[in-house]
Design a protein around this ligand. Sequence first.
Ligand code: PCA
Length: 205
Amino acid sequence: MTKKLLLTGFEPFLDFTINPTMKIAEELDGTTIGDYTVYSHILSVDFHKAGKQLLQLIDDTKPDAVISLGLAGGRFKINPERIAINVNDGPKDNQGHKPENEVIWEDGADGLFSTLPISKMVKQLKARGLPAEISNTAGTYLCNHVMYQALHYTKKNNKPFPAGFIHIPASHELAIEHGKIPSWSHDDLKRAVMICMETLSEANG
Ligand code: PCA
């Protein structure tokens, strides 16, 4: 029996008129990679909604693993994130909310480590010709927020399934629109996400 992998992408935000994570999530929905069948969903760039959406999806899907994807416009490698921190801060979200030093969960740890095989993912990506590096900060915006929400949930509810976050660079399509950020082809971005999933499957097989 295949396991379920919940894969999330995000809608466009700020001056990023396209979010490449959306197309990747949509294209991988329903596919089987290693031991996992992919269940994809797109999250809102909205501090009041994104966490609730993700937790609801976890309740509905009952996944065996969760990988969330986000665009890091300006970065130039695939970045599996190491840690999420208990703070919301940053520019306005898509509903105009601008958090300043907000705590995500009062009862939460300051930081929560990814439970994805991030070192193995980076090694595999590089071995397969794709630049990658572990990132030690997911920022304090929506990506950090949903990573924190997933890890807080697994810890609090004693659900030991792997969960974490991968930041990806812009696609060429977005970089043409934006004008000031490095970019990868959509096919390479998608291949990188698939390699991360294969690695997860091998690590948990
Ligand atoms: N990237 C943002 C939020 C949505 C996305 O794709 C971030 O890095 O927080």
